[in-house]
Design a protein around this ligand. Structure first.
Ligand SMILES: Cc1cc2nc3c(=O)[nH]c(=O)nc-3n(C[C@H](O)[C@H](O)[C@H](O)COP(=O)(O)OP(=O)(O)OC[C@H]3O[C@@H](n4cnc5c(N)ncnc54)[C@H](O)[C@@H]3O)c2cc1C
Length: 398
């Protein structure tokens, strides 16, 4: 039997990142009583350490691209109707190729974007220095992806929680899921403060989902290092949107590499360049993809490499001081798609995790889909490709 599809239901949402907060918001709007539990605090993990591209530009073709388009549309709606007013800034993303390899990848990706209905424009030849005097002469092709935007993750989280009416429990990790006597539903969850019961439970616990659900073989923490420069209003104004290198598509796995170069030895560490002109006049520059979760440190070799790549593409950045570097850990599923849906065998429990580098864009739309699932409504998004049980046949726990 499904969870009671009542607007008066009590729901535990574990994880106050952008996905859990969005879920709490949409459940609250439907009249549900929500307990939002976080092991630490709202936006303490990936949602507070992200860039903030609300963007389809780098999405892998297929269900992620489709979901991202719904995600952007929902940001626009929430911006216009109030909850995210002033937090979502519309702009284009410009994907830049500066080598033959990058150009091939970009051309393939541009076709996939156009096929998905995304409005794109190619900029080449003399139009590049005319429209982007700040870009290096190495830039040979730019694809402008229109209709995108930027939002700062922790601001979205705090706004959604404030509007949700949820009771927030900080420093309250869920330590165990507690089934009821039938074994087909959860009665609630165990926390260090004791048992908490509910009609339904949502796990939006990011990398914390591994321990709760036994997903260590499926979910990997993927560290990213990001940099923030000082302000340069003139240079900032000369960049009409986010600049993404063609190599970023490779680093993220949105497209396969054109050359069959062997993978480097040692732990995986990818570099993909994004230069984001922030509204403050600063630049946010990233970043790495490293398959571990130690987000406490940034390192000089990564910071130097990111800066060198950025200056190669936008030479005037060389005159700016670096203000700070920081890191966060994305939750990456091994097939590159998130895990969203009912937990197998538990009709009133839903998981939503594994959004890797896409969760700021997808958070609100996935939170709404999960809330609708619990309320027995159409999720508004095809969740079949994200089914949590898709790894079960290989012996994994989800
Ligand atoms: C460097 C970097 C750059 C990024 N840039 C972008 C970008 O430009 N665009 C984009 O769309 N996405 C980006 N992302 C990805 C995005 O930040 C994440 O996909 C998104 O924040 C995931 O949200 P979440 O709510 O699933 O997880 P999280 O934000 O990680 O939240 C999970 C929460 O669960 C809590 N928790 C964990 N275990 C438990 C437990 N047992 N009980 C209770 N609570 C628990 C944690 O404390 C945490 O607050 C970036 C990420 C990084 C690291």
């Amino acid at each position: 039997m499904a969870a009671t599809p009542s607007s008066r239901m009590t729901v535990i949402v574990a994880g106050a990142g952008i996905v859990g907060s969005a879920c709490a918001y949409f459940l609250g709007q439907a009249g549900a009583q929500v307990h939002l539990l976080d092991a630490s605090a709202p936006a303490a993990e990936a949602s507070g350490a992200a860039d903030g591209a609300v963007s389809v530009a780098s999405k892998r073709p297929g269900p992620l691209m489709t979901a991202a388009l719904s995600g952007i549309a929902l940001y626009r709606e929430l911006e216009e109707s109030g909850p995210l007013s002033g937090l979502f800034h519309r702009r284009s993303t410009f994907i830049v190729a500066a080598s033959e390899d990058e150009q091939k990848v970009l051309e393939t990706h541009a076709t996939a974007l156009a096929d998905a209905g995304v409005v794109i424009t190619a900029i080449a030849g003399d139009d590049i220095p005319r429209r982007f005097p700040a870009l290096s002469r190495a830039a040979s092709l730019i694809i402008e992806v229109q209709g995108e935007g930027h939002a700062i993750g922790y601001q979205v989280v705090h706004r959604l929680i404030a509007a949700s009416g949820a009771t927030v429990h900080r420093s309250t990790p869920v330590t165990r899921l507690v089934p009821d006597r039938s074994g087909t539903r959860l009665a609630g969850v165990e926390t260090p403060a004791g048992f908490l019961g509910a009609d339904a439970v949502v796990l939006a616990t990011g990398n914390g989902s591994s321990a709760l659900l036994g997903l260590a073989d499926v979910l990997t923490p993927r560290k990213g290092q990001l940099l923030i420069t000082e302000r340069d209003p003139a240079l900032n104004a000369a960049m009409p949107g986010s600049i993404m290198s063609g190599r970023y598509l490779l680093s993220k796995g949105s497209q396969k590499t054109a050359s069959a170069a062997p993978a480097p030895a040692g732990p995986a560490r990818g570099f993909g360049l994004v230069i984001d002109p922030l509204r403050t006049g600063q630049f946010l520059i990233g970043g790495t993809r490293e398959d571990h979760g130690n987000k406490q440190e940034t390192d000089l070799s990564a910071v130097s490499r990111i800066l060198a790549d950025a200056v190669a593409l936008v030479p005037d950045l060389a005159r700016l001081r670096l203000l700070r570097s920081f890191a966060g850990a994305r939750a990456a599923v091994r097939d590159g798609l998130p895990l969203v849906g009912r937990l197998p065998g538990l009709s009133n429990a839903v998981v939503a995790t594994g959004f890797e580098g896409d969760g700021i864009c997808l958070g609100p739309v996935m939170g709404r889909a999960v809330a609708r699932l619990l309320l027995d409504k159409e999720p508004g998004l095809d969740l079949a490709p994200f089914a949590p049980n898709r790894f079960q046949s290989s012996g994994d726990a989800a």
